[in-house]
Structure formats: structure tokens, C-alpha cells
Design a protein around this ligand. Structure first.
Ligand code: FES
Length: 778
């Protein structure tokens, strides 16, 4: 491998590698040679500028920058996951080397910026993080919501009647700065100066100042350093002061070997920038993105419950942190490319956030996206942004207040400019306008007070629902209604895959139904069997659905996916279980796959979609009807016995049928039998029968206790760890966490037998540690 010295030497001369260095080809292609993070396409849209890299060369060496650039989601996450091999020590290094004059100027101010939370190696980093994390926990942050709301309202009150405003100056810069100062307990007396200082720190660290600018920037950074020192001295005198920096200063007195003097001074300077610049830029990106995707803006105005997920989608699609840095501490391999010790990495989260391998239709902005929260804008693992929930809270409140009070807001005509930076992104100016005569609060004086509260933390998938209209309702079979749903505002509904389901919400009732129409036509078809002995959901829909009526819909999601490559598929439906099965049959027919369908029902009249099944699939002889009052019950033993090697069985139907098939397929190879449950059994916790247990989170360095009356998912969320979830019943697999050690009592319906035995994955919404054992998770 080339040494660091040879890398440096050859950086001046062009490509440092011959193809012999890396058998997979030269990592510095012509595109790599042109890559420049300070100008052109990267400044305007970093994800788009690196599309070629995600597709062709996901890890490449940039001779202009002297860094290895990493562009795919999984590779970026893998780098974040290992802070030992990929050290954060270069995070605050000046990416543009300082001139001699600038170094002299900084020396004159005794500038000694050193280790902070973002650029500290282990074990010092985790020891400090643990000592200082309490203030960032969701329950502590709940208390800050009122202050954020108050500051936001004051700013909006000041401009609401003007009709035109530059939103960054008017609100998006100062509110996050005041929130940050309040959270830190730092006096608010130098706001204008802090703005200059903070800009200088950003340019100094991540920008490309000219030699002349470097001197001016160095003076501002030097003054910022001294200002930070003076503030600390003042704060030390107020021993009972409130806020995170006061707390840090007290910890410095209690445990000086962990929370050191140098750390306190460096952190004071870094946190003032980190705590507000990122939120300010992210909020500007959010308004720009939403106002240029008008239908999303209007959906939020109509339904504010969409706000938390819209914020996550904005952070994914146009986050304020576009790239971060790491340095290898030994030879490493990223995305199949071998890197030498000391290699510097620019990991471009903005590119990973639009990686098709992780996000479907990744370059489409979609506030209904159910995995938007997986974005990498906050980083991941041990160094994940501690203030992420403060940023989220502010962005939600900005959006909630503005969509409620100024739904007619629009972007003004303007050219956008961006400060050259490898890592931070947001427009310099954001002009918006509206007609004040149309301000809704002129007619509805109470509107300004109609606040919507969002709990602190990542949004739950439950909050993501769109409005749909019933466009057709028909009798599908005895006791079964067929329902066609369209988007309430006439747009095509998203595409779906065979086996997918949606969740319908009408009043307080929410139920999941499989899609059984034709994908790709922008409408959804479902069939609902009235079950009078059930929990009342189907009866509610039978009684209350009306043609033209509106309701809410979540999804589609798919927990019941076809393995299309299998040589043969046996599809078994019991009663209303035909809905996902007919969609699977349609798909298998469309791709020319080999399949047979067994449809079991008590009588011909009660079997929904029977005629369509026979019309569309019957001619090839692959449809077998097992009708209780005519042909008798299906012989599952026989069906299973005739399954060809590597064949797959997919079944959906009543519990008794599924249990019967489970027993019949017990000796088949793992992965041969797939089934869909609509409800889980016994998900409620009985604290008298449960064990409490301890969990160690290796990637983030946390230790948690899970109480007997609490799920692992809840404990993770309470500790500020983002884990997606959907069903919370062990059915969907979205809350999966990686198990590194310890016995697990698996209670989900997702994992196969061999996956349980392997013990590498668990569903945090329902599964627990065995007998109160301690478990280690990634
Ligand atoms: Fe669906 Fe846990 S949230 S399995």
C-alpha cells in the first residue's frame, strides 16, 4: 500500500496509484480527478454531484482534496460504526491548509483548539459522553419546547403583516442561536459578535478562504477563542448556573481527568457553532425544499401530524451536514477498496442519503417515506449528534407555526447562493412572500394559539398517514366488501409490490389490509371481510365506509415478500387470505414464474375474488379450489409433500390453517414456508411474569436497564437512540437490532427458525433477554 508520505507527495502530481495497487481498478478516475467540493455541482447539490460515484466508484481518491471520498449509504455507516479504525481526530482539522500568516495570527491569540466531543478518540470520548449526556435525553428536552415556541412566535409576530421577509435573518438564524445559548446557559449579550465568530469558525474549518481572507478569519477565530475563555471564567463564578455548559464546568471540577480544562474551552467554542449553525442551515433547507414541493407543503398545512416525518425527509433530502471526516488508524477496506493507515476520508452523508440501495426512489422528495428517519445527517454510532433531538424539536416548531399561520407562504423569485464548504450546506439567503390580507388569523383570532405538540425524539411510523378517498365500494362476496381508494387530492398513490398491505384509519379504528388490485395504476384495491366475532374493526369499516368518504391510510409496507427467483411457488389462501395471494399470483404470472394457487373457502358464495382468480389464472390449470361444502378440505400434507426442491410456500389465512401448515412444513429447509399474520398473540407485557434485563449498546457505548414493564424499544428511545418501528407487535421487522452476545427470548413472527438459532437479530418491540441475562447489541 502507498504510505501516507507517498500519498502526500503524489497528491501534487496527480493519481497516486497504478492499477496494480488495487486489483479492482484505479480508485482515482477522471471523474475523481475533477471532484471539487468547493465549487460547481457539489455546492448546489452534493448528492446529485456524486451520483456517478454511487453508481460506478463508491470509494475514490480525490487528488484535489487529498481525501478518499465515500458515497454509498452502507459504506458510510460502516465507517461511522468503527470509531477506532476510522478515527474522528481530523473532524475539526482545517481542510484548506492555513497560511503562515494565519498561523501567526492565531498564535497571537493563544489559540489552542483541541479535543471536543466530535474529534476525540476512545476511550476518552465515551467517558465524557456518558458523563455529559443527561441534558440531551428526551425527557429533559421536553422542558425546552415552550421556550423554543415562544422565541419562534415572537419572530413570526414581528413579520407576519409585512408580506415579504428574508427568513434566515428574520428567524432561522437567531432563534437556533438563542435556543443554543439558553440550553448551554451562555449569556445572550453578544449575539451579533457570535454570528461573525461562528461564521469564521466554519470557514476556517470546512471552507476554502483565500490567503487574504485567511488572515481576517484567523483574527475572528482568535477573538472567538478568547471570548469562549472569558465566558467560561464568568460562568465558573456562577456556581449554581443552569444549562449544559454550567453542568460541564461543574463536571470539570468533579472529574478533571475526564472533563479536562482544555476540553471545556475547546468545547465551548465548538458547541456554540454546532448547536445552532446546523439547525439554522437545516431549517433554511427545509423551508426551501417544502416550498418548492408545493403539494408536500399543502399536505402539511392540511394535516400537521405529518410534520415530524416531513422534518426527517427534509434532513434526508437536503440536510445541513453533507459530509464528515475520518482518518484510518491502520490498513482498512471500505466498499472493497483497500486504504492505507492514515488515509483521510470524506464520507458524504448527503450522497448516502440518496442511495437507491437503501432508499426507494431515493432522489424523490416524499414526506410519506417510511424510512426517512434512517438518514445519516446526524451521523451514526458513538459520535452521533448529541443535539439531534434539539434540532428536530426546533424544526418541527418552526414548521408547525409557519404552516398554521402562513399556509399561503411561497418562495420569492431569487438566485440561491451557498458558502463554499465541504461539510455544511444551506442557502445564504431565503426570501419568502405572501399576501398578508390572506393571513388566516385575521379571521380566526384563536388560530395563533392552536398549538400542536410533538413528543421529543424520532417520529414513529404511526404518524405517517395520507388522506385517501373511497372511489368505489362493492359487494365482493358474502360478507366481503371490495373497496377502491384514491388519493384525496387526485395524485397517483405510490406503487406497491405483491404481498404489501396498507393500514386504514377511520375514527379511532386502525386495521391492516392486503392490497389485491393491480400495482402501478395509482389506486388501491382491498377487500374487507365482516367478522362480527372479531374486535370490531371490520364491522366499523363495513358500517362507516361510504363512496366519496375520506379516511387516512398508512403504507404500503410489505412484510410478506415473494422470492421471485424460486423455481416453483405454492400459494395457499384461506378465506379472505386470498387478497395478498391473488396479488402474488398476478406478479408470478407477469414475470413468467412457475406457480400454483390453492384457495380454500367454506362456500363458493363466500370466496371473494374467486371469479377474478379463475379468469386470470385458471386457464393454465394452476388454480385449485377447495370448497368446504363441495370438494372438502385441502390436503396440506399432500401439497407439501409434492413441493419441488427449493420450492416456496406462501400462505395467508386463519390461524388454524397456518398452524396446520407450520406443522406440515416443519421438516422442510428453512425459508421454504412463508406466511402472513394479521395480528400477533400476547404482545402485552405482564410485569409480574417478565424479567428486567441489562443491555450494552456497543456502537454508541451506552448501558441501559430495561424494566420488567418496558420494551427494549421503549428503553432505547428513552435513551435517545433512534430505532424505527411500525407494527409494535413483532410482525413487521422494522425495529430489528443486531445482537452481538447474550440469549434472546424471541417473541416475533418475523425471524425464521435458523435466524433464531443464529441469534444475530432481535425485534426490539417484543423480544427480550432470556431470564434477565445481560445482552450486547451493536
Ligand atoms: Fe414491527 Fe417490531 S415494530 S416487529
Amino acid at each position: 500500500s502507498p504510505s501516507d508520505a507517498s500519498l502526500r507527495a503524489q497528491r501534487e502530481q496527480g493519481c497516486p496509484f497504478s492499477s496494480a495497487v488495487n486489483a479492482k481498478g484505479c480508485p482515482a478516475s477522471e471523474m475523481a480527478a475533477q471532484f471539487d467540493p468547493f465549487e460547481g455541482p457539489y455546492l448546489v447539490d452534493p448528492a446529485e454531484a456524486l451520483r456517478w460515484s454511487r453508481d460506478q466508484l463508491p470509494v475514490f481518491y480525490s487528488p484535489k482534496l487529498g481525501y478518499w471520498v465515500v458515497s454509498r449509504y452502507d459504506d458510510i455507516k460502516a465507517v461511522f460504526r468503527d470509531p477506532i479504525l476510522f478515527s474522528p481526530k481530523n473532524v475539526l482539522e482545517k481542510i484548506t491548509p492555513p497560511t503562515k500568516e494565519a498561523v501567526e495570527v492565531l498564535r497571537g491569540y493563544d489559540y489552542a483548539m483541541d479535543r471536543t466531543m466530535v474529534n476525540e478518540d476512545e476511550p476518552a470520548h465515551m467517558a465524557r459522553r456518558r458523563a455529559l449526556i443527561d441534558h440531551f435525553l428526551p425527557e429533559r428536552l421536553e422542558r425546552q419546547q415552550e421556550m423554543v415556541r415562544q422565541l419562534t412566535r415572537e419572530r413570526i409576530d414581528a413579520f407576519i403583516d409585512s408580506g415579504r421577509v428574508e427568513l434566515i435573518d428574520a428567524m432561522l438564524y437567531e432563534v437556533p442561536l438563542l435556543v443554543a445559548l439558553h440550553f448551554l446557559g451562555v449569556p445572550e449579550d453578544e449575539i451579533a459578535t457570535l454570528r461573525t465568530f461562528s461564521l469564521a469558525h466554519s470557514v476556517n474549518t470546512w471552507g476554502k478562504p483565500t490567503p487574504e481572507q485567511q488572515v481576517q478569519v484567523a483574527h475572528d477565530v482568535g477573538r472567538f477563542w478568547q471570548y469562549a475563555g472569558e465566558v467560561i471564567e464568568k460562568m465558573r463564578a456562577e456556581t449554581a448556573g443552569d444549562g449544559w455548559m454550567h453542568y460541564t464546568i461543574r463536571k470539570n471540577a468533579e472529574m478533571p481527568e475526564i472533563v479536562t480544562d482544555s476540553y471545556v474551552h475547546s468545547m465551548m467554542m465548538a458547541i456554540i457553532v454546532a448547536a445552532h449553525e446546523t439547525t439554522s442551515l437545516a431549517s433554511a433547507n427545509m423551508f426551501k425544499t417544502l416550498l418548492s414541493h408545493r403539494s408536500a407543503w399543502e399536505d402539511i398545512c392540511a394535516d400537521p401530524s405529518l410534520i415530524p416525518n416531513a422534518v426527517e425527509e427534509c434532513l434526508r433530502y437536503a440536510g445541513s451536514i453533507v459530509a464528515w471526516r475520518r482518518q484510518t488508524t491502520g490498513p482498512a477496506t471500505v466498499g472493497g477498496v483497500d486504504l492505507p493507515e492514515g488515509a483521510k476520508l470524506l464520507i458524504v452523508q448527503a450522497s448516502g442519503n440518496q442511495d437507491e440501495r437503501h432508499f426507494e426512489n431515493a432522489d424523490r422528495f416524499d414526506i410519506y417515506r417510511d424510512n426517512a428517519v434512517d438518514h445519516l445527517t446526524f451521523g451514526y454510532g458513538a459520535h452521533q449528534c448529541m443535539g439531534k433531538n434539539i434540532g428536530r424539536m426546533e424544526m418541527r416548531i418552526f414548521l408547525e407555526e409557519m404552516t398554521r399561520r402562513l399556509p399561503h407562504l411561497r418562495l420569492a423569485e431569487q438566485e440561491f447562493s451557498y458558502m463554499p464548504s465541504t461539510s455544511f450546506r444551506g442557502p445564504d439567503r431565503l426570501w419568502v412572500e405572501w399576501d398578508p390580507a390572506l393571513n388566516p388569523e385575521r379571521d380566526d383570532h384563536a388560530l395563533a394559539e392552536k398549538v400542536r405538540h410533538f413528543p421529543v425524539g424520532a417520529p414513529a411510523a404511526k404518524e405517517i398517514a395520507r388522506s385517501v378517498r373511497v372511489s368505489a365500494l362493492r359487494q365482493e362476496a358474502e360478507g366481503v366488501i371490495g373497496v377502491t381508494l384514491e388519493d384525496a387530492r387526485g395524485r397517483p398513490l405510490p406503487d406497491w409490490s405483491a404481498g404489501a398491505h396498507i393500514e386504514l384509519c377511520l375514527g379511532d379504528v386502525e386495521r391492516k389490509y392486503s392490497l389485491c388490485g393491480r400495482p402501478g395504476n395509482g389506486r388501491y384495491e382491498i377487500a374487507i371481510l365482516r367478522e362480527d366475532a372479531g374486535r370490531g374493526g371490520s364491522r366499523h369499516f363495513h358500517e362507516h365506509l361510504r363512496e366519496g368518504g375520506e379516511l387516512r391510510l398508512r403504507g404500503p409496507s410489505n412484510f410478506f415478500r415473494l422470492d421471485e427467483a424460486a423455481p416453483h411457488h405454492v400459494l395457499i389462501a384461506g378465506g379472505i387470505g386470498i387478497t395478498p395471494i391473488i396479488a402474488m399470483a398476478d406478479r408470478l404470472k407477469a414475470i413468467g414464474a412457475d406457480y400454483e394457487v390453492h384457495y380454500c373457502g367454506r362456500s363458493r358464495r363466500a370466496m371473494a375474488l374467486r371469479e377474478r382468480l379463475q379468469a386470470d389464472h385458471g386457464s393454465s390449470g394452476c388454480v385449485h379450489l377447495h370448497i368446504g361444502n363441495e370438494t372438502g378440505r385441502a390436503d396440506f400434507a399432500q401439497i407439501v409433500a409434492e413441493l419441488p426442491e427449493d420450492g416456496r410456500i406462501y400462505a395467508c389465512g386463519p390461524d388454524r390453517m397456518i398452524s396446520d401448515l407450520e406443522a406440515q412444513t416443519a421438516d422442510l429447509p428453512d425459508g421454504s414456508f412463508h406466511f402472513e399474520h394479521f395480528t400477533a398473540q400476547n404482545v402485552a407485557l405482564d410485569p409480574d411474569k417478565e424479567w428486567a434485563f441489562e443491555v450494552e449498546l456497543v456502537d454508541s457505548g451506552l448501558n441501559l436497564s430495561v424494566a420488567a414493564d418496558e420494551t427494549l424499544l421503549d428503553a432505547l428511545r428513552n435513551a435517545g437512540v433512534d430505532v424505527p418501528s411500525d407494527c409494535c407487535e413483532g410482525l413487521c421487522g422494522s425495529c430489528e437490532v443486531t445482537v452481538l452476545q447474550g440469549g434472546v427470548d424471541h417473541r416475533d413472527k418475523v425471524l425464521t427458525r435458523s435466524e433464531r438459532t443464529e441469534n444475530r437479530r432481535m425485534m426490539s418491540c417484543c423480544s427480550r433477554a432470556k431470564n434477565g441475562q445481560r445482552i450486547k447489541l451493536a
